[in-house]
Design a protein around this ligand. Structure first.
Ligand code: MG
Length: 236
């Protein structure tokens, strides 16, 4: 898990360096795939249920699952990039939203709120706690900033499969919640909208966008549960 997650982190670092006005999302995808394969990994997303690319690239009102293409990034855009890597039989999954050039203060605040939500959730991820403790910390942090969490999509267990049990919602789900045990590996990934929480899927069958056209951000880490807290695996 550390090995695959490290490649995820390296790829996201490369993306942060390449994201600039004028670059296309296809060029980002090509660069990501090259880095992943040259590090002995394979892009987890490529071919997953027919997904045609190595990264997901979701711009502005794009929430997740955007397909890279000929779109050129423009000054002031935000872009969420999601990276999955399979290496030595294990998957790693991570995402971040980047500003393209100079972005509005509103956009910058959304990014910061989403990242804060992720980190608040990870702080609650320790053995003996429950999934809902992660969910609540994310939801409280995000909503305190006046933003909404997307409820149609959730984080997930991860390991030999990219998506495993348990689900990791970014909002409180009433009822029983799985207990966290040392050694569990989870992908925690708040998706946060500046407007309403509702989303829809574009005509390409993949791209999830906000229903009201508001901006959306997405930050994700793969973590390992420990007795004294979570180890973040998707770090360089
Ligand atoms: Mg994920």
């Amino acid at each position: 898990m550390r090995a695959s997650c490290r490649v995820v982190a390296q790829t996201l670092r490369l993306m942060s360096e390449l994201v600039k006005p004028g670059i296309t999302t296809q060029e980002l995808d090509t660069a990501a795939e090259e880095l992943i394969t040259s590090n002995g990994g394979a892009p987890s997303f490529k071919g997953y249920r027919g997904f045609p690319a190595s990264i997901c690239a979701s711009v502005n009102s794009g929430v997740v699952h955007g397909i890279p293409g000929s779109r050129r990034l423009e000054e002031g855009d935000i872009i969420s990039i999601d990276v999955g890597v399979l290496k030595d039989g294990y998957h790693g999954d991570g995402a971040a939203t980047f500003g393209v050039g100079k972005i509005s203060q509103a956009a910058a605040k959304l990014l910061e709120a989403t990242r804060s939500g992720l980190m608040a959730g990870i702080e609650k991820a320790l053995a003996g706690s429950r999934i809902v403790d992660i969910s609540r910390a994310i939801q409280d942090t995000v909503e305190a900033g006046g933003y909404s969490v997307v409820t149609d999509l959730v984080g997930h267990g991860i390991g030999r499969q990219m998506h495993e049990e348990p689900q990791v919602p970014n909002f409180v789900v009433p009822g029983d919640s799985p207990v966290l045990a040392s050694g569990m590996t989870l992908a925690v990934e708040p998706m946060v909208n500046s407007g309403g929480s509702e989303v829809k899927i574009e005509g390409d069958g993949w791209t999830v966008v906000t229903r009201d056209g508001s901006l959306s951000a997405h930050f994700e880490h793969t973590i390992a549960i420990r007795a004294d807290g979570a180890e973040i695996l998707t770090l360089v």
